[in-house]
Design a protein around this ligand. Structure first.
Ligand SMILES: Cc1cc2nc3c(=O)[nH]c(=O)nc-3n(C[C@H](O)[C@H](O)[C@H](O)COP(=O)(O)O)c2cc1C
Ligand code: SF4
Length: 492
């Protein structure tokens, strides 16, 4: 049975004005007007070259009209390499488009919303190929393969006979002949990891990443952002350094202290590049969820190390790893938001055991308490199934977090903040937490919310045009807020 959406009492405008959620907060040298925060969400609207498009501008303009305390712009690549329609900031040519994005958000929020750019590095991942192609072409044959085939009674003396024999093996036999990494590549597609020290570009990550992140952060500052969020979470390079599965033996893996070394070096380089009046935060996992992965225990240590080095905010997420992703179809790449860890990252109403609503707050509370007990006041941003005023307010009141992240709730209704603040919370178009949006992200399709079209069946006024997805079936931004109730009585 799906979990029913929690009921909520929505505050009057006067009550909202007195609430913790709509109170201000210092974040380093910055002030957030309110504690509502839209975490990073990739909408698949950049050009193939990673440039800002009019659709990217529309996407962020629409969020900014709701005047949340902060918006984190989607994961943006720090390298100057092709990576599909994901934003990039690996070169100066990306700065003008990003500057326009900043200006659009400033205008639409009337200067109220602080804007951060999430900056990311990721390793190569390839689509899964058919067994015929993998065993017949791609697999590099080694002496061990020949020996294992002979052990199974196959007569093999050259490459052609070995490949034919491999193709005739059962899946159990293949699991015995191939190494675990090769078998994973066969079943899930090739994927580089930070442990691949035999690959020169993986071995050199600790040498190149501090400069790449620092240059990206400096460009973000030049473009006018208020700060950057270092993406140290989910399935990507920096989170893989923090993972307990990081087995590097070059001083950057093995122990927790060695695993946090590169994230600290990146933070130091970024800080040196942008100065102290530009916010530098990070997003980490409070639990990787996967077998053999980092747990809360490590997250406490990483949070303390990063905070002690002057992080301006710490945003928390959970899961979202490749290691337990479900098997992709042939022709598709593994997607880290499937599998158990993926379901923890974007919990749906079908999650079990436990509730999806405020699912990550216990871990956030533990990390925040740990920082406070060591004298560190770094603001904590929590997210995960928070979509009601009551839950947001209680998360703040209980000390689980200082700022409330609402990703899908804001996607469903970008006016969430404006409505609740105005005493019109009953008009919020509430997220159903069934992940239609995530399924689009998985297929690299333009992300939209399934409620936008339903909520806007009414015919449009003559001459009005709504931007639609490439298949022209879905609107690309949320419908406007058509106020149905009078502004609430300010007496509450
Ligand atoms: C379509 C979509 C794209 C996302 N892209 C990112 C991303 O670029 N970076 C990131 O850290 N998290 C990303 N997330 C995860 C969200 O930031 C958030 O952590 C997650 O959805 C749980 O919060 P929620 O329950 O408020 O939605 C994405 C989520 C969705 C639904
Ligand atoms: S598509 Fe579904 S899960 Fe995603 S924001 Fe809309 S209602 Fe929420």
């Amino acid at each position: 049975m799906p979990h029913p959406l929690p009921s909520s009492t929505w505050p009057s405008a006067a009550t909202a004005a007195q609430s913790a959620l709509f109170s201000s907060l210092h974040l380093g040298a910055l002030e957030l007007c309110t504690r509502t925060w839209i975490p990073a969400m990739v909408p698949w609207r950049a050009t193939e070259e990673g440039l800002v498009t009019p659709q990217v501008l529309d996407w962020y303009e629409r969020f900014a009209r709701g005047k949340p305390g902060a918006i984190v712009v989607e994961a943006t690549g720090i390298r100057d390499v092709p990576s599909g329609p994901l934003l990039r900031i690996g070169h100066e040519r990306f700065v003008p488009g990003l500057r326009e994005l900043v200006e659009v958000v400033r205008r639409a929020s009337e200067g109220e919303t602080r804007l951060f750019l999430q900056i990311i590095d990721f390793l190569r991942i390839r689509r899964r190929v058919s067994a015929e192609r993998f065993l017949g072409e791609f697999l590099g044959l080694r002496e061990e393969h020949f020996a294992a085939l002979r052990d199974l009674g196959r007569a093999v003396d050259d490459e052609a006979s070995a490949r034919s024999a491999l193709l005739a093996l059962s899946s159990e036999e293949l699991a015995r002949v191939l190494s675990p990494a090769e078998h994973r590549e066969l079943t899930h597609g090739a994927r580089e990891t930070v442990n691949d020290l035999h690959l020169p570009h993986v071995a050199e990550l600790p040498r190149v990443l501090p400069t790449l992140f620092a240059s990206a952060a400096r460009r973000a500052r030049d473009a006018g952002f208020d700060g950057v969020e270092l993406h140290y979470a989910h399935a990507y390079t920096m989170a893989s350094f923090l993972s307990r599965r990081n087995e590097r033996n070059d001083g950057y893996g093995g122990s927790a202290r060695a695993r946090v070394r590169l994230p600290l070096e990146v933070l130091a380089a970024v800080r040196a590049a942008v100065g102290s009046d530009f916010a530098v935060g990070a997003r980490i996992l409070s639990d990787e969820i996967i077998d053999g992965g980092s747990r809360l225990e490590e997250a406490l240590f990483y949070a303390r190390e990063l905070a002690a080095q002057g992080l301006d905010f710490l945003s928390l997420s959970r899961g979202g790893k490749f290691e337990d992703a479900t098997q992709p179809k042939v022709g598709e790449a593994a997607y880290p938001y499937t599998g158990t860890s993926g379901h923890e990252c974007m919990p749906t109403v079908h999650v079990s055991p436990g509730t999806p609503f405020g699912r990550n707050l216990a871990h956030a509370a533990a990390i925040r308490a740990h920082l406070r007990s060591t004298g560190l006041s770094t603001p904590i941003v929590a997210a995960g199934g928070i979509g009601t005023f009551d839950l947001a307010e209680s998360a703040l009141a209980s000390g689980a977090c200082d700022v409330v992240g609402m990703a899908r709730a804001s996607l469903a209704d970008p006016d969430w903040s404006a409505k609740v603040r105005a005493g019109a919370g009953a008009e919020v178009r509430r997220c159903k937490y069934t992940n239609y949006c995530e399924a689009l992200d998985q297929r690299h399709k333009q992300v939209t919310c399934q409620l936008w079209d339903r909520a806007h069946d009414a015919p449009l006024a003559p001459g009005t045009r709504v931007a639609r997805s490439v298949d022209s079936r879905r609107r690309l931004t949320a419908p406007p807020w058509e106020r149905t109730s009078a502004e609430a009585d300010p007496r509450g």
